[in-house]
Design a protein around this ligand. Structure first.
Ligand SMILES: CC(=O)SCCNC(=O)CCNC(=O)[C@H](O)C(C)(C)COP(=O)(O)OP(=O)(O)OC[C@H]1O[C@@H](n2cnc3c(N)ncnc32)[C@H](O)[C@@H]1OP(=O)(O)O
Length: 407
């Protein structure tokens, strides 16, 4: 007994969280390899190491996944100070690590650091793919840095291979992300690069990207859907997401064939970003001016948001709720009550179908049973509406804070 719990304790030392042991780097020069501050960790690893996101069998494991900053040449290796062996640990074997990662990255990666570093001098030859649509500056730590957004298709020479290396990041930063079928020509790609000078040369380093799928909409329209958006961790929270999204929007405004723009499974962070960008654009429309917005959401608002900015009905309505909150005087009881009612009316709409279902229940249940069912559900419904309203307002206020800070 004592022996087995001793073994159990010992085994615990060899159980690691995969999210803690993987170190990514975007390497610009040799010094970056030794610079711990340059590394960043995955947000998730469940697609590679399973639901528990754990790796068993090693002590002080460090997995290195380094990419050159321009071409994304890849280096994969691992080190540890001890590992379980069947002889010492009752027949147990350590988990596979590198083979699991290698399955996800395209062939041609390096396992020898010197070979990987030897590719760095060629980074200077790298030029972004496709057409440059937008350039902007960002100030970080007092210095001004230059960024450019490019739009490309898979057929641009070299991009297919480049994309196969770039998309490897998705598994570690977007929940349930999967690799896309690049042979489908309905995909567009928007990439953000930092443009910088090194030893007198112009260099580029990848900062993030976005994929768009152009759905067909009957009879002759297109409905672009934003599918995957990733700003790499060293570049997050600097405004690149907003620049990238706006650059894509700008390509859509003049296109009569575009019905509206949708987003596939937006994460909370992305939805907030989208709300911010959409509010910034929508608040320039006459229909959404503070004096016009303190009424119910109406068709004129929807049409303006849809025709001029290609917003979907759902997103136009959401942006209206955010901007109406802005225009509502919170200390005016009547104004805030009207606002609350307007939002709750929208939140209540899924229940209207349920109410019809209760008409059917009426026939099936005796009066007492019906009463109990109706009351519980009604109470729950009101509780849900209040909670949901408060949650929405909390997020809306975050968007309004960013809007205020940006103006
Ligand atoms: C459809 C989908 O793909 S959903 C999945 C989206 N992707 C992911 O979740 C992957 C991991 N995350 C990411 O890739 C990115 O974080 C994204 C895409 C969600 C956002 O991109 P970012 O470039 O970080 O966006 P951006 O910088 O414009 O805004 C993000 C936040 O930084 C803040 N911010 C922007 N600039 C600055 C600045 N200079 N200083 C301080 N904060 C700033 C914004 O206010 C915003 O704050 P909030 O999140 O509290 O509202």
């Amino acid at each position: 007994m004592a022996g087995s719990s001793l073994l159990k304790n010992k085994l615990e030392e060899f159980k690691l969280n995969a999210n803690d042991v993987i170190h990514f780097k975007l390497v610009r020069d040799e010094n970056d390899v030794e610079d711990y501050d340059k590394s960043f960790k995955p947000d998730m690893t469940h697609q590679v190491f399973g639901e528990q996101e754990s790796i068993f069998g090693y002590k002080d494991l460090e997995v290195k996944m380094y990419y050159t900053a321009a071409k994304l040449n890849t280096y994969l290796s691992m080190s540890y100070i001890d590992k379980v062996t069947p002889k010492r640990f009752d027949g147990l074997v350590p988990d596979e690590v590198l083979p699991k990662l290698a399955q996800e990255i395209p062939p041609g990666y390096y396992t020898n650091l010197d070979d990987f570093l030897a590719t760095l001098p060629k980074e200077v030859n790298f030029k972004p793919f496709g057409e440059m649509l937008h350039s902007y500056k960002v100030k970080t730590d007092g210095s001004s840095r230059n960024f450019e957004v490019y739009k490309t298709d898979i057929d641009v020479p070299g991009f297919r291979d480049y994309h196969s290396r770039l998309q490897t990041f998705l598994l570690f930063f977007i929940d349930a992300a999967s690799y896309i079928d690049v042979d489908d020509d309905r995909w567009n790609y928007f990439l953000v690069f930092e443009k910088y000078r090194n030893n007198g040369e112009t260099m580029y380093a990848i900062a993030g990207y976005m994929t768009i799928y152009n759905y067909y909409a009957y009879p002759n329209k297109t409905r672009p859907r934003i599918s995957q958006v990733l700003i790499l961790p060293p570049f997050q929270r600097q405004g690149h997401g907003a620049e990238l999204l706006q650059t894509f929007y700008n390509t859509c405004y003049d296109r009569d064939d575009i019905m509206d723009i949708t987003v596939e499974d937006p994460s909370e962070n992305f939805q907030r970003l989208r709300d911010f960008v959409d509010c910034k654009n929508v608040c320039k429309l006459r229909e959404f001016q503070p004096n016009n917005i303190r009424v119910s959401f109406n068709d004129a608002m929807l049409q303006a948001a849809r025709q001029k900015l290609k917003l979907s009905r759902r997103q136009a309505r959401r942006v209206y709720e955010i901007l109406r909150l802005k225009a509502t005087d919170g200390s005016n009881t009547q104004q805030y009550r009207d606002y609350r009612l307007e939002v709750k009316r929208r939140l209540n709409s899924p229940f209207t179908k349920n109410r019809r279902d209760f008409q059917k229940l009426k026939k099936a249940l005796n009066p007492q049973e019906l009463d109990e069912t109706m009351n519980t559900t009604e109470e729950k419904r009101l509780e849900y509406l209040e909670k949901s309203f408060e949650e929405h307002v909390e997020v809306y206020r975050q968007v309004l804070d960013r809007l205020a800070a940006s103006s």
